[in-house]
Design a protein around this ligand. Sequence first.
Ligand code: HAX
Length: 437
Amino acid sequence: MFLYDNLKAQIPLWRERAAKLVREHADMVIDTVKMSQIYGGMRGVRSLVTDISFVDPAEGIRLRGLTVPQTIDFLPTSDQGTMPYVGGLYYLLLTGEIPSKEQAEEIELEWCKRSDIPPYIFQMLRDIPRDTHPMVMFSQAVLALQPYSAFYKRYHEGMSKEDYWEPALEDALDLTAKLPGIAAYIYNLKYKEGQEPDCANLDYGANFAAMIGVEDQIGYADLARLYFIIHSDHELGNASAHTTHLVSSTLSDIFYAYSAGLNALAGPLHGLANQKGLDWLLGVRDKFGGVPTRNQLREYTWETLNAGQVIPGYGHAVLRVPDPRFMVQLRYAREHFPEDPLIKIAELVFDVVPDVLIEQGKAKNPAPNVDAISGALQYHYGIEGFDFYTVLFGVGRALGVTANYVWARALNQPLERPKSLTTPMLECLVNDTDCKE
Ligand code: HAX
């Protein structure tokens, strides 16, 4: 397999690069920690390492060095649409190399071979009360796959540290292969009947479009590919990636770890913001019976802020410019359905809300993030159940976090264990008194 051979060749070199850095510069100070950061959610503390992606505050995400537009332009395109194969993106994330079409298709084929879902998962999902949030169902289904973990099995049989990455890769491929089928099953159970999977003839995006029974399957397949690709990774410090990384650093396998990561994604300040973003846009549409005037939208924005709420889809912990993932979705919507009233509202919001947030003077970044428009695109294709949208995010995010997971095991990254202090200890430090820990 191209992927396996590529990783096997690369891993010793990366191990040596990491070992050399530690050997020769063990005491080098990379960053310092301020009081405001300790109390401020560790924003900006440079204390993690990943080569899969990097978020430049002034530019946005680079996936293995490629900007979002470059990623879309350079990856091989699916024969069934205009967007790249999701399998090609996975090859890029795992190896750092742009795949050939054959290499991308090999991943698609590998996913197809591994896509069967044990029947007890479906039984379990059917037994969960139907009004349960789909993220709960999704996270439980991922956790329930754990008995199939190759890593767990090999570890308990007695495996050398050198070999961790191999069953980690097996599990990563298995999990990412099964997620679209699980997500589609949840969708069909809660909202609408779709079709049987057909990965022998359809790629990752097209198969998902078929499984959820969307009307415009060709159009939606392209959006699904785009959506999974742009949601795949956003460095290691974001809550879903970091949770997965932390949990798997105990050497619990990716099923335990990504189930936990999904629970982090389910929060309204993270992945749930796409559902909240759409709610907010629909609130605007319903209040004004369509696209409002600029003044009406300004007032509506202030009403939300004055009620002590955030404007979903705006602001970011790292970014300081409009999120390129927002821009690429806006471009997609302008190209494919510019007359959609919700897209027109999203465009007006992009024009009006940043100025209001600047006027309010709180948000460090008044610009839109990925969630400011992603829900509106799903809505255009008739995807029902807004609470399902974070599940879609979870299918995409798995690509990045599992790539990180494979490399974390390949580089034998250790158990994560930062140090905490008490409030009196910090007060002692401030007063420069003799304090004991
Ligand atoms: N609307 C109103 N107020 C906002 C705001 C927004 N969109 N964004 C930030 N602020 C406020 C914060 O609530 C904070 O207020 P307090 O001082 O009263 O606590 C202040 O501005 C400073 O916050 P910040 O430093 O600019 O932002 P943070 O790094 O603390 O938080 C968030 C980043 C993304 C959580 C924040 O911008 C936010 O809540 N945005 C709305 C929710 C959202 O869109 N989340 C999705 C983010 C992308 C993502 O992870 N997707 O999964």
